[in-house]
Design a protein around this ligand. Sequence first.
Ligand SMILES: [Zn+2]
Ligand SMILES: [Zn+2]
Length: 355
Amino acid sequence: MTEYISYDLIEWGHPFEERSNELPAPAGSEVLIRVTAAGLCHSDLHVQKGFMDLGEEGRLTFAERGAQLPMTFGHEIAGLVEAVGPMVKDVSVGQQVLVFPWIGCGTCEACAEGRESDCAAMRIIGLKQKGGFATHCLIEHEKFLVDIEGLDAAHVVPHACSGITVYNALEKMGPLRDGAWMAIMGCGGLGMNAVAIAHAMGVTNIIAIDIDDAKLEAALEMGAAKALNAGCDDAVAQLQDMSEGRLMGVIDTFGSASTGRIAVRALAKAGCYIVVGQAGGDFKMPQVWLPQKAMTVRGSHVGNLSQLRTIIDMVRAGKIKQMPIERRPLSGINQAVEDLEAGRVSGRIVFQPET
Ligand SMILES: [Zn+2]
Ligand SMILES: [Zn+2]
């Protein structure tokens, strides 16, 4: 075979289009994989629109972030190794691998310390480099591949984004004391994995928050102890009641003005609010609360290669409960985007080749 198919964005704000490409031959340490699973992440929806909502600051376009069209997006990628470059040592043809997409510049202080997620010049696969909405994908170095031999590719693929994103945030949060509570805001793919991974890391006092009862039901099954529908008028009071006044941590996987408003009001003194979701808008709070409530407000962006390896080890040890997965053919990508946008997806849509 000398050609492969991808579903590319040709113009911002337009549907993905099928394209035929020349199949690359891997050189040096490169690895060519045949994609067996590609997750559809909420950020792919932002990418398709072409911008993120910066509230009063306007918009941040992906063109400004250095993404160029046409591009093959998709950053949750697993596949079978089809060909390897002559310098490749540790990966072999036929092996099943998961791709770490958050490649740093490799030269800055953050990269040197293994904190690629804090690199200001990331070369993200599926944003700056061709990603997984395709039959094949060329990875620039074997070191960005994690062995997932024996695992279901569709099950583990969301960990490359949603898994490490919440793991990174939970590490920043640190352990909770006995009797303290943590809230996970938003129960989409990211929030569902946040509940599962927090649980795997030993947090049992978890309150799941969403405005969709079906998603809350799913979050309870994933290990949340309590659930709150935030579509009510007294979400803050209810959250304080449910946590017995000891809400010490909030991981916000939605990230909007309304979730931020609830979080900083409901948190107990010395509580910590970490935002990983990027719904957008402006975050506002009384500034006096930062000292008065000794509050920590911080953000966390994706995660690191070492964290992805840790998560896959946890999956192999049976520690992380599997979130719901909807398998679909890549040819249905535009319908999938519509369904995710409309909130009709529980867990993650994962594209797999039709058999
Ligand atoms: Zn993502
Ligand atoms: Zn860097």
